[in-house]
Design a protein around this ligand. Structure first.
Ligand SMILES: *Cc1c(COP(=O)(O)O)cnc(C)c1O
Length: 339
């Protein structure tokens, strides 16, 4: 019989709201407060982000990661320009054409690369194949940190991306739906994998880290941020009761809760990989593991109530950990996996 208490390894967005974010919602749920971001929580988050990144960046709130990516890319690209991204990039595979839609036509140019990271040699070939005038003009390179395949770009990797971007006059966009997991994994300062390495704009994810909703679009180049508030509003992304998105973010950014949550998720994935003892399809560097599994094994685990899904055909499955997975969840899964 499927057991309803099984942990959902399908994604890290299956988790509940973390206690700190929940407490912040309760605390913010008092009285009448000015709307549309004219509140103390919103002001606080913008200041916290500047402090965290050690620079005077500009922060905007949107409802989800798709909006963060699509609107950020639209801001960087004119409709006849294009975006280089990995073939497994969320913007390419999971956003229903939102980047193309909100940019008014900017084409995504797919590049392959091992372990979810863009192969810059191939990226150069893709650019070289764009005959002048007849193809959209490459304008942005988008990297995902941590990647869709559970790896992370090191500061050196990003240095290479920055050099490439500079050479080809590209802006750098970072899809940081799991930015926290990347920082936790690398043990670096956030600036070392963003603006110090040429990142112009970061979509900073909170949902998978422990909030209910709401992602940040952080511009490190303030000129690029110009009138983004209008773009976000037109894109239906301006919350009137913004305090309820900002307050949980303020909680994540206080006392390093965001890092604590990410570390927990990463460590849980390490532990799960260790206990399973299985060979991984990609190096485990953040909070996900990818395993090649036979259909019968998957059917058995699904029948026992475990939820996870195939990420890459024909047989690579993803197990994703979050702030909320427990040692008990891992032990139970491993026991079923072995039996
Ligand atoms: C989850 C995720 C997003 C955001 O997805 P939404 O469902 O739109 O919030 C963006 N990029 C990556 C890599 C993701 O995993």
């Amino acid at each position: 019989m499927p057991n309803r208490d099984r942990y959902e390894f399908a994604s890290d967005n299956t988790a509940a709201i973390c206690p700190e974010a929940w407490a912040a919602l309760t605390e913010a749920n008092e009285g009448a407060v000015s709307s549309y971001g004219d509140d103390r929580w919103t002001t606080r988050v913008c200041a916290q982000i500047c402090e965290l990144f050690e620079t005077a960046c500009q922060t905007f709130f949107v409802f989800n990661g798709t909006a963060a990516n699509a609107l950020a890319l639209a801001q960087l690209c004119r409709p006849f320009q294009s975006v280089l991204c990995h073939e497994h990039a969320h913007i390419e595979t999971d956003e229903c054409g939102a980047p193309e839609f909100f940019s008014g036509g900017s084409k995504l140019l797919r590049v392959s690369g091992t372990n979810g990271k863009i192969d810059l040699t191939e990226a150069a070939e893709v650019i070289a194949r764009q005959p002048e005038l007849h193809s959209p003009k490459p304008r942005v390179i988008s990297v995902t940190q941590a990647t869709e395949l559970g790896t992370v770009y090191t500061p050196n990797d990003l240095e290479a991306v920055a050099t490439f971007a500079q050479k080809h006059s590209l802006h750098v966009h970072m899809d940081g739906a799991r930015f926290a997991n990347a920082v936790a994994s690398l043990g670096c300062r956030p600036k070392e994998i963003t603006w110090e390495r040429g990142v112009d704009v970061l979509a900073f994810g909170g949902t998978k880290n422990g909030t209910a909703a709401g992602e940040l679009v952080v511009f490190f180049d303030r000129e690029l941020a110009r009138e983004f508030d209008y773009r976000a509003k037109q894109g239906a992304q301006l919350a009137s009761k913004l305090r309820f998105i900002a307050a949980p973010w303020a909680a994540l950014l206080s006392d390093d809760v965001w890092l604590k949550n990410a570390r927990h998720a990463n460590e849980a994935a390490t532990e799960l990989a260790h206990q399973l003892g299985a060979i991984l399809a990609f190096p485990r560097e953040a909070n996900a593991l990818f395993l090649r599994l036979p259909d019968e094994k998957v059917a058995q685990l699904h029948a026992r109530g475990w939820h996870f899904y195939k990420f890459i055909e024909p047989d690579i499955y993803r197990l994703m950990c979050s702030w909320s997975v427990t040692e008990r969840d891992i032990a139970d899964f491993v026991a079923d996996f072995r039996s």
